[in-house]
Design a protein around this ligand. Structure first.
Ligand code: IPD
Ligand code: CA
Ligand code: CA
Ligand code: CA
Length: 262
């Protein structure tokens, strides 16, 4: 990318500060009555007024910071990314909306910056524990001020693997195979929190079909710690589309591809 280390640090600090502020607003408003609607006729696909107001607040601030950039965001009419040329920002204003509505925890706010297709900077705010995961390939990855270590290369039989529960339930083969071969599996309900588990090395792999805004931040941060982020056929992910994506250590990644082929 074309940004100097100093510029990257400035942007990192700026956006980290905004997410701290937004997180505090979200925690303070947690008792408020939310308008909850469903999308696409699916009773599990929820959106609240906070998804929309968070997105508007973040886009406002990000457009001020980087007016020439493209923006991709889940709610409204920025869902269809058209290009990865130049600066592209991805925003998921609440990731894990169902958790947010029903559990009041295990949801995240995610932001990522790609420059000419290169993963550059990202943020995952784990709002309820006041943790902001941030950084990128040039700066390293931090939980608040603490730098996170590179990932230990665990194998599949030592792996706690996070899976999409719905896809496992519907019997899709790769999900079933990972559930069978891994040490244990988990269903979290938020891509952002799943990525946090990987960054903290509480999990070794994650398999799910993810939209660009679900994947963008977690990809930057997990790749920066040494995880493989690939489609199941081993091809690179396409940030303009939804991908079935496996995030895993090198060992688990190779073993999974072999297990699926056999
Ligand atoms: C969802 C969550 C969930 C994942 C879905 C996403 P949302 O995001 O990350 O874990 O399985 O695919 O859509 O809609 O709550 O932002
Ligand atoms: Ca959603
Ligand atoms: Ca999401
Ligand atoms: Ca969302």
């Amino acid at each position: 990318n074309n940004l100097s280390e100093r510029q990257l640090k400035t942007i990192d600090n700026q956006v980290t500060g905004w997410l701290a502020e937004l997180g505090q607003q979200v925690r303070q408003g947690l008792g408020a009555n939310r308008s909850v609607q469903t999308k696409e006729g699916d009773f599990r696909n929820l959106v609240t007024d906070l998804d929309k107001s968070n997105q508007a607040w973040l886009l406002d601030h990000l457009r001020n910071l980087d007016s020439q950039a493209h923006f991709v965001a889940e709610e409204g009419d920025l869902k269809r990314p058209e290009t990865m040329v130049g600066h592209v920002w991805f925003v998921d204003p609440i990731d894990g909306t169902l958790n947010f509505v029903h559990e009041k925890t295990d949801f995240a706010i995610m932001v990522a910056l790609y420059v000419d297709g290169q993963p550059t900077l990202a943020w995952i705010a784990k709002v309820m524990s006041e943790e902001i995961y941030h950084g990128g390939p040039d700066l390293g990855v931090f939980c608040n001020e603490q730098k996170l270590p590179a990932v230990v290369d665990r194998s599949l039989d030592q792996a706690i693997v996070i899976l999409s529960g719905r896809r496992l339930l519907s019997g899709e083969k790769p999900y079933r195979l990972l559930a069978e071969k891994a040490l244990a599996f988990r269903v979290i309900g938020s891509a952002g929190i799943s990525f946090v588990r990987l960054l903290q090395q509480q999990a070794t792999g994650y398999l799910s079909k993810l939209s660009p805004w679900d994947l963008a931040a977690g990809r930057v941060l997990s790749e920066s710690l040494g995880y493989q982020v690939k489609r199941l056929d081993g091809e690179p992910v396409n940030m303009l589309l939804s991908n079935t994506v496996l995030i895993a250590t090198n060992k688990m990644h190779l073993e999974t591809i072999k297990v699926i082929k056999d």
